[in-house]
Design a protein around this ligand. Sequence first.
Ligand SMILES: Nc1nc2c(c(=O)[nH]1)N[C@H]1C(S)=C(S)[C@@H](COP(=O)(O)OP(=O)(O)OC[C@H]3O[C@@H](n4cnc5c(=O)[nH]c(N)nc54)[C@H](O)[C@@H]3O)O[C@H]1N2
Ligand SMILES: Nc1nc2c(c(=O)[nH]1)N[C@H]1C(S)=C(S)[C@@H](COP(=O)(O)OP(=O)(O)OC[C@H]3O[C@@H](n4cnc5c(=O)[nH]c(N)nc54)[C@H](O)[C@@H]3O)O[C@H]1N2
Ligand code: SF4
Ligand SMILES: [Mo]
Length: 696
Amino acid sequence: MDNFKKIRTVCRSCHGGCGVIVHVKNDKVIKVEGDPKSPISHGTMCSKGLAITQLVYHPDRIIYPMKKKGNNWQRISWEEALDTITKKFREVIKNYGPEAIIIGQGTGRDYESHFSRFGNLLGTPNLLTAGHMCYLSRVGASLITCGRHPVCDYVNNPKCIILWACNPLWTNPDEYKGVNFWHAYEKDAKLIVIDPRKGFLAKKADYWLQLRPGTDAALALGFFRVIIEEELYDKEFVTHFIHGWDDFVERVMKDYPLNRVEKITWIDQELIQNAARLYATTKPAGIHWGVPTEQNINCTDFTRTAIGLMAATGNLDVPGGNVFYQPPPVRRISEFSANSALPPEQKKKRLGGNQYKLADRMTIITPKCAWDAILNEKPYPVKAGYLVGTNPVVSRANANEVYKALENLDFLAVSDFFLTPTAELADIFLPAGTWLEQDHVSENWKYHGYIIARQKAVEIGECWQDHKIFMELGKKLGQKWWNNVEDSLNWLLEPSGITWDEFKKIGYLQGDMTYYKYKEKGFSTPTRKVELYSTILEKWGFDPLPKYKEIPESPISTPDLAKKYPYILNAGLRTPTYFHSENRMIPWLREIRPDPIVEIHPKTARKHEIREGDWVWIESPRGRVKQRAKLNSGIDPKVIVAEHGWWYPEVKSSDHGWKTSNINLLTDNSYESMDPVMGATNLRVLLCNIIRCEDE
Ligand SMILES: Nc1nc2c(c(=O)[nH]1)N[C@H]1C(S)=C(S)[C@@H](COP(=O)(O)OP(=O)(O)OC[C@H]3O[C@@H](n4cnc5c(=O)[nH]c(N)nc54)[C@H](O)[C@@H]3O)O[C@H]1N2
Ligand SMILES: Nc1nc2c(c(=O)[nH]1)N[C@H]1C(S)=C(S)[C@@H](COP(=O)(O)OP(=O)(O)OC[C@H]3O[C@@H](n4cnc5c(=O)[nH]c(N)nc54)[C@H](O)[C@@H]3O)O[C@H]1N2
Ligand code: SF4
Ligand SMILES: [Mo]
């Protein structure tokens, strides 16, 4: 007789959060569907989540540990895999110290707590994540400005929403779901979209501000110019709860007249005025801002200015504005991560820590410092690495350098589902379990006050969930962990008074919400106020007031280079079916978008004799790659929009075509191009030229 069951769990094919009901027949997942009872996704799912069955049972998926033998891969046992890593790591620690090992992950995948704990107990300060230019940079800048990351309170229906460099219907980024934005928008909210590209939401917006890519910080200061001049700010809040208002006003009045802002951003002054007025006078109003604001030299200052806008207009910590949800009473990630276990002398050795002080505060490093340490042994040698769920050869700036650095390691272990171009460089491959193969307290919704139960539906081959890999490898290395995953989950949940078994049945916990907390306690900053003038940055030796810096490679900064590379390349457009470098091997998804797409304005295309569907070379001072042309009149004729994340799993040689269409062969990771506080690499805005491929 058939054995059939349904399991309620939570997806993580992106940053996660959607409730899912998994249909399992004879120990095989036959279908997944949205869980209508999910407080987060309300029954919705996207194409990536729905296609998980094709990923889990993909014929190319690696479901056993493997070691590299010559140029070939050979199946081994978990015992041998973990013993090999342990032996190699011990050798490196003995000869060079634990800081010579880099532990790396990609975007958030719900195992940050384990990742950090493993690194801390190993004694290495060198945790390489995407956080220098994505999300942790946002959280870090929020931390020094107002104490915590303020999220848009869609649940309480903002009357005006600014989507600032974000596209939630396609990306469901971090702890947001597009569906929640949509519900709020449909309740008659005014909409301002700030985006160089006219997408679905820009078409719907009351005001669409088509700015020059990378100039968001100037635009935010322009908004302030209007708000100050027209006295549209909340005087009560500004007087009592903003530190440095007068200095800030002086800076804005001196340096950011609207005609200058127009020149920098390419946005008509009148439009800036109208949008700033609408935001400042419609209450409550929320700002939802996205990753393009972080992937450049103005990373930290943009977030600081945006929070300033929320604060000065009286929209911070108010229902329907930008708010701080309270997580449920469970152990905090920092407690799980054992941050205090990393000795102070090791903390001081964090690569780039002296320079990128905010990254240091967030306990992460920027990749350029890692590659330099590997390739030049500066400031000390780095010899080994463990990369978990990341494909830096495709996802990090200056891919050639990334490849060279990883190739130069004495020893590399990688955990993934597939043999990606990065995994091919490893000595040991560890097969990870997908979200259908995990028991976990999913935490990425903590900023919205939730934790959610992710329950194992099936086991596949010898795959282990990453949490278990960290735990078992950690124990081999003499680290203190729990006996098993369940024990660790019970420990995490302990303050809430429920066990993992009970939590599985409940499905989720929600923290209590209160607003206007600052009225009693102030903000968690040194002055207890929102610090538009940052006392922390001042102490670290940076400019305490936010400003706009011109992108180092641009028609303005490098006019000579712009003669050869006349277009601004906006690199990294997300598309609904792919997640960075993932999913190119999933038939349902690849069918929707078989090729990498570069968007070109019809006028520009005509100039280069490029027609819809032609293959096009995109060239930057660092190299060239090809993508297929799509004509789009919703972008500026001087801007080219390209996709990132492309490699070709169907190419069976070990490079899997990572050099053909990978836009990060063109991006730059020079120190001059990075945000000075966070070390954010510029993945998004550079100069390029385009040429039709003749031989296609
Ligand atoms: N389907 C899918 N979803 C994803 C991902 C994915 O790869 N695929 N990646 C995930 C990750 S890690 C992240 S960080 C999030 C990011 O998700 P979001 O924060 O939503 O960011 P993006 O989709 O990169 O860009 C949002 C919008 O900003 C515009 N934009 C580009 N450059 C600029 C600029 O300089 N200024 C302004 N104002 N706008 C600009 C783009 O045209 C786009 O419409 O998405 C997550 N979700
Ligand atoms: N030019 C340009 N480059 C960009 C961006 C851009 O906008 N422009 N965006 C950047 C951003 S915001 C980010 S966050 C980074 C993301 O960078 P990465 O996180 O490195 O990118 P992914 O392609 O998502 O990487 C992941 C690998 O992890 C594997 N994987 C997925 N889930 C798991 C899991 O649970 N366990 C394990 N062990 N493996 C798993 C996948 O199979 C895939 O091979 O990319 C950045 N790169
Ligand atoms: S939006 Fe993210 S969490 Fe939801 S179904 Fe899609 S991939 Fe899964
Ligand atoms: Mo990201």
